[in-house]
Design a protein around this ligand. Structure first.
Ligand code: FEO
Ligand code: CA
Ligand code: CA
Ligand code: CA
Length: 638
């Protein structure tokens, strides 16, 4: 019987393992899940009333006008040129580019050679990603992640950008991490307040504290830090989050890429197994960053525990440039995309978390203690319960607690090897969870599942593709398409209107697709049409009026199955009607990522990562930048 199964097609194999009831109920589940008449039939009154009221109140326009359409702009067409487009009546401007000074003693940016190593921690970092704005004593403090480096343009003197000296490594380390900077609006628009006392660079070398269940564990101890509680640097800072008490959360995503080996690695079996699960290379080669060629900290043949000290949520206090960032191990270790907070009716803090890798999981964390506004919040993220999401085909779901009893692992091991803990409880493999957004005007949350080309695919021997932990990536209801190159957004409403509850109902808010070239599931859900084509939803933030802003990081070839989609873009979605309209298109080759608003909601800050040619300067090397977007009439934009 077993032998026979390996010869089945993917569809047949799936059928055998997930038998559909008579009448093909499975198809109906998928249909229901992608239909806007799903469980939101019941939610409509609540969502609609709250959202429309919020919009009318905040934008100062009539409720009748807002009921006619939630969108205060005329959608724009897809674009393939090397600039930014926004709707008529809106304008954009560059706020800060990679290499611009945060301090007046910063080195000048060179259009050919980028930033010299000396003083490279005094400028705005490269490849902007998640960001949040904090209003502190009436001043506007923007905190922005720099996810990774385009090594070849940072180090033009090297072959293919692989560092050839400790100085090269330092340059790359300083171009990543987090930039904290005051911004202000003058007659000529917004600019960075150079030398503001709030300005700060956090890099791959900034001292951090390690807190929570993994702190001090043997797996976190190194020769340089035998306590296992103090590390250097935060890595691959992807999406962001903010706590209700005004701190910034930076999310360590592809941290594995900074480690490598200079000799054969002789770590124990558990450690080797988890290098594999997390993608830490033990190959003796320079890799992409070659930090290990010049610094034993990144060499797993010498410092095997250093990778266990990365892959966390890091809390940063933007109000105090002297504060030490804290790695919150209670929130688990995986390829953290972003961190979306909510507060339960009883005051406990919820943080939703995604692990962006094919077939990995979606998580929720619930604090042990309650949030008391004005109270001590310094240890609120230290202790709580992690859960992994299980989606059922009947559009219900449950949060599976990652406890020692359920996982067979200690609390510290759950915090360090979280992926294994979630595999052990049977969480649902997802199509790469990217940003999660909590709706501030309805008790619901959304997660971008960006794509998964291997969903439902088989190996040469006919067996189903798995994640690195061996969990099969069969087609399932929230991830309903084989070879999913377009992505979808799943949404859930917690039981009892309580984000701390263990049960939820879910549906798909949108399945991206292309009805101009495909039929069936690859055409996308009903709310996709020739006017709003996109693929690979990634960044996502819901504004104070309840409008969903969706940013893409996908195939921008504008050809074949991606015809008509153009450059990466930002769209706005109505949570109630499902309507989605294109608001902004990025320059060639770029990804649109990171979004926040000024305190008066009249300016939108949007990130443009890895532009492809010489944007925005028009000559020289491309520079990732944060832009501002405003309405020409000065009205609110979120
Ligand atoms: Fe850094 Fe998953 O995006
Ligand atoms: Ca992303
Ligand atoms: Ca992405
Ligand atoms: Ca990116």
């Amino acid at each position: 019987m077993k032998d026979d199964q390996t010869h089945l097609s993917a569809d047949d194999w799936d059928e055998l393992h997930f038998p559909r009831p008579e009448g093909n109920e499975f198809d109906r589940v998928v249909e229901r899940a992608i239909s806007r008449r799903g469980f939101l039939g019941g939610a409509l009154a609540f969502g609609s009333g709250a959202a429309v009221m919020g919009t009318a109140f905040l934008k100062g326009t009539s409720a009748i006008a807002q009921q006619a359409t939630r969108f205060a702009f005329t959608p724009i067409e897809a674009q393939t040129d090397d600039t930014i487009h926004v709707p008529e009546g809106y304008s954009w401007d560059v706020l800060v580019r990679w290499g611009d000074p945060l301090f007046s003693d910063a080195p000048a940016f060179d259009a050919t050679n980028a930033v010299p190593a000396a003083g490279s921690d005094r400028v705005f970092g490269e490849n902007t990603d998640g960001m949040e704005l904090f209003s502190i004593n009436g001043r506007e403090i923007l905190v922005v992640n720099s996810e990774y480096t385009n090594n070849a343009i940072n180090l033009p003197h090297t072959a293919k950008g692989v560092p050839e000296s400790a100085e090269d490594v330092l340059t790359l380390q300083n171009m990543q991490g987090v930039s904290v900077m005051e911004v202000a609006e003058g007659d000529d628009g917004w600019s960075v307040v150079v030398d503001s006392p709030f300005n700060r660079r956090i890099t791959h070398n900034t001292p951090m504290l390690i807190d929570g269940p993994a702190a001090g564990h043997a797996l976190l101890q190194t020769e340089a830090d035998p306590t296992g509680t103090q590390s250097l640097g935060t890595f691959n800072n992807c999406g962001s989050g903010r706590t209700p008490w005004g701190t910034y959360l930076t999310c360590e995503e592809n941290f594995n890429g900074y480690f490598g080996a200079t000799a054969e690695v002789a770590a124990d079996e558990i450690v080797m197994e988890h290098y594999q699960r997390y993608g830490v290379s033990t190959k003796v080669d320079p890799g992409r960053y070659n930090y290990h060629g010049f610094d034993a900290r990144f060499d797993v043949s010498k410092t095997p525990n250093e990778p266990h000290r990365a892959g966390y949520i890091v809390e940063i206090d933007p109000s105090n440039p002297e504060s030490t960032p804290v790695k919150r191990t209670a929130l688990g270790r995986f390829k953290h995309e972003n961190a979306a907070s909510a507060v339960a009716p009883d005051g406990r803090v919820i943080v939703y978390l995604g692990d962006d890798e094919r077939g990995e999981f979606m998580y929720k964390w619930v604090s042990r203690d309650i949030y008391v506004p004005g109270g001590d919040t310094s240890t609120l993220l230290s202790e709580g319960q992690l859960f992994a999401a299980k989606f059922n085909d009947d559009m219900t779901g449950e949060w599976l607690p990652l406890t020692p009893e359920a996982t067979g692992m200690s609390a510290a091991e759950i915090a360090i090897f979280t992926r294994t803990a979630a595999s052990n409880v049977g969480a649902t493999t997802m199509d790469r969870p990217e940003w999660i957004a909590v709706n501030p005007v309805a008790i619901e949350a959304y997660c971008c599942l960006t794509n998964n080309s291997r969903r439902g695919a088989t190996n040469d021997d006919g067996s189903l593709r798995t994640n690195a932990g061996g969990d099969e990536m069969s087609v399932n209801a929230p991830n309903p398409r084989e070879t999913n190159n377009y992505g979808q957004i799943v949404r859930w409403r917690p039981e009892n209107d309580d984000h701390a509850a263990s049960g939820f109902q879910w549906d798909l808010y949108v399945m991206a697709g292309n009805p101009t070239v495909a039929d069936g599931p690859y055409a996308g859900s009903e709310n996709i049409n020739a006017g709003n084509l996109f693929n690979s939803p990634d960044g996502m933030v819901i504004d104070s009026t309840g409008l969903i802003w969706i940013q893409t990081d996908g195939d921008d070839s504008n050809e074949g199955e991606f015809a008509g989609m153009g450059n990466n873009q930002m769209l706005a979605g109505d949570p109630v009607t499902g309507e989605i309209h294109r608001f902004l298109t990025g320059p060639n080759g770029s990804e649109v990522t990171g979004l926040c608003w000024s305190s008066d909601r009249r300016t939108m800050f949007v990130g443009i990562q890895h532009p492809g040619s010489s944007w925005p300067d028009g000559e020289g090397i491309p520079r990732s930048s944060v832009i501002t977007v405003k309405r020409d009439d000065g009205a609110m934009v979120g």
